[in-house]
Design a binder for this molecule. Structure first.
Ligand code: DAK
Length: 263
């Protein structure tokens, strides 16, 4: 891979977009490499993924404007589909994905962070959907995910005005969960990921699926989705061990670390 790096630290996978000469902008090659990287993650040994950008200035400065500038309508649609496919892959990835946003997250950069489960950022982070200034709409899900994550009114304001916001405002509107000094961002992401990885893997996966699938439907159908995924946890080793530890008052005993099993 030229532009996407992958490292594994224990149960945590770290995906780094590394195309610093263009502030990690997403061209077709980056999108393809990202897709291949996520496909190659071993879900038996990985419980949480961190997505970040290389360098100290930018997470992802958007889709590659140079590449997009010459696209025909058909090519634009194909480029949009390539992006949407990988963003959906991240959103529906069976295990949690944390975006550690280390600088600019503009256009496709803001959009890819929003396809992750959780966003935390550095103090120098800048978020925005500048597309209408470039004569296009957000094309990688921005109109949909921003309106779901913050209020529709706030999403509309940010998208219509194309105004960038800094980390503190992103925190205030609920776009990010926490803001850290740049040097503390990745350690904080790793700590959060390790905390997630220490919990029962089947339960964590089922929580992600319940939240994601439930948000797509009405509350009556959503609780049925939850019931099914709740029931699915029973008879797993983690459920048995987790509850037995509690009943035995053995607070020291951690959940048995077993590879993910498809029951
Ligand atoms: N694409 C390509 N190159 C980029 C880039 C981008 N998005 N952002 C930065 N670069 C490149 C710059 O061209 C420059 O390259 P060189 O000139 O050195 O060769 C290098 O990165 C450093 O950038 P600057 O010199 O501009 O650095 P500054 O610190 O002065 O400014 C900046 C940083 C992030 C404020 C500025 O670079 C900037 O405004 N960049 C563009 C940000 C932006 O507008 N991003 C949104 C792109 S639009 C769709 C699919 C997807 C999308 C839409 C539709 N469909 C097909 C349906 C998504 C659209 C977008 O993401």
């Amino acid at each position: 891979m030229e532009f996407v790096k992958y490292e594994q630290e224990g149960f945590v996978g770290i995906v780094t977009i590394d195309r610093q000469k263009a502030l990690n902008a997403l061209n077709s090659q980056v999108l393809e490499e990202l897709s291949d990287t996520f496909d190659a993650i071993d879900l038996e040994t990985t419980r949480c993924v961190i997505l970040t950008g290389a360098g100290e200035k930018s997470f992802v400065a958007g889709a590659d404007i140079g590449e997009m500038s010459t696209l025909t309508k058909a090519e634009g649609e194909a480029f949009g589909k390539k992006g949407n496919d990988i963003f959906l892959k991240i959103e529906k990835f069976p295990i949690p994905v944390i975006a550690a946003v280390n600088g600019f997250a503009l256009g496709g950069g803001c959009e890819i962070s929003m396809s992750c489960d959780i966003r935390i950022c550095s103090e120098n982070a800048v978020f925005g959907q500048p597309e209408v200034g470039l004569g296009i709409t957000p094309g990688f899900g921005g109109t949909q995910r921003l309106a779901r994550l913050v209020s529709p009114g706030m999403a509309k304001q940010l998208i219509y005005t194309a105004r960038n916001i800094k980390a503190d405002e992103a925190y205030r509107i609920g776009l990010v969960n926490a803001v850290y000094p740049l040097e503390e961002l990745l350690p904080a992401a790793k700590k959060m990921a390790a905390g997630i990885a220490a919990n029962a893997p089947i339960a964590v996966r089922n929580c992600k699926k319940a939240i994601n699938d439930g948000l797509q439907t009405d509350i009556d159908s959503a609780v049925v989705i939850e019931e099914k995924l709740f029931g699915d946890c029973f008879e797993t080793e983690d459920q048995k061990a987790g509850m037995a530890n509690f009943l035995e008052k053995d607070k020291e005993k951690k959940l048995k670390v077993v590879p993910f099993q498809n029951k």
